[in-house]
Design a protein around this ligand. Sequence first.
Ligand SMILES: [Mn+2]
Length: 356
Amino acid sequence: MEMTLRWFGKDFDTVSLRQIRQIPGVTGVITTLYDTTPGEVWSRERIHALREEVEAQGLHISGIESVNVHDSIKIGTPDREQYIDNYIETLKNLGEEDIHLVCYNFMPVFDWTRTELARVRPDGSTVLAYTQAAIDALNPETMFASINKDANGAILPGWEPERMAVIKELFEMYKDVDEEKLFENLKYFLEGIMPVCNRYDIKMAIHPDDPAWSVFGLPRIIINLENIKRMMNMVDDPHNGVTFCAGSYGTNRKNDLPGMIRALKGRIHFAHVRNLKFNSDDDFEEAAHLSSDGSFDMYEIMKALYDIKFDGPIRPDHGRMIWGEIAMPGYGLYDRALGATYLNGLWEAIDKSERK
Ligand SMILES: [Mn+2]
C-alpha cells in the first residue's frame, strides 16, 4: 500500500503540500480540480499543471477524488450521452497525465450526510457526527443550512452551494429513480467508460454511500457486500472496482469490515481508513483513528488489507479538529497526520510479524 493524504488544492485547502510532505511515510496525494462542476471536461493543461505543482513538492498524484458524476447520468435522462462523453474525455486526459485511479460516487442529490460538523467529544476535540433523530426532524432544504453554518467557511465536497440552491428541483428530478433504476444507470455509465479505462489502465473506485442507508427517501445502492458484488458482476472488469471506506460501510454495524475486504480481494483500488464511535445503532461520531477511541478494530481492518495484498493508495479519513486548528471539518492537518502515522505503524507491525 501507499500512504496518502487527501488534498483539495491550494485555493481550497488550509493544508499545504509542504506540510503533507513532512508527514512520515506519506508519499502521495489524492486530489481533484475542486473548482470544476460535475459534467465538465477536465483539460489536459489543468491536470498537467496540478501534477507539476504536486511533484514540485516531492509528492505525486496517487489518484483523483473525485471526478463527480453529473446528475443526468444518475437519473438517466437523454442528455447523459453528452455527459458520459465528457467523462470519457476527462479520463483520457487523466490517463495521458499518468493518473490511473479515480474515485467517484453514485449517490443521488446528497454526497455524504452528517447532522453535526462539530460535536464536542470528552477530550474537547470536535468531530462530524450523525444522528438519525436529527435527520427525521429536518427537511432536505434546512439540512444544507444547518450543515453550512458549521463549515468554517469551507465549501464541503458534495455540498456545493450552487447545487444546494436547486435542491427542490433535484429531488423532483430523482422522483422516478428507485434502486433498480439507479443500478441500471450505473451499469450504463460503467459500460460507457470501461473502454477508455482499459486503454489507459484507469481503475474506477466507487465510493460507498454514507451513511449506508437511504436518507430522505432517496435510493442508495453502494451500501453492503451483496450490492457491491452485484455492481462488479454487472460490468465484470477489474477496472470496475471500489473504494473501501471503513467509515462509510461501517455506519451499518451489520457490515463486517474485515470480512468485506477479504471478499473484495483484487477489486479494492483505494482505501479510506477511519474509526467511528457508536452511541447507538443510529447515532455515531467520528473518533480518532486509534481502535480504543472508537468502535472498530483498526488492526483487523489493516490486517485484512495486508492479507489481500492490497497495493493501492490508502488514506486516513476524516480527522477530529484538535489543537485549535481551523480547517474544513474532517480535513485538518493534525489528526489526519496522527491517523496516517498510526496506520503506518499498524502496517509495519503486521508486515514484520508476517515475515518472521
Ligand atoms: Mn470515504
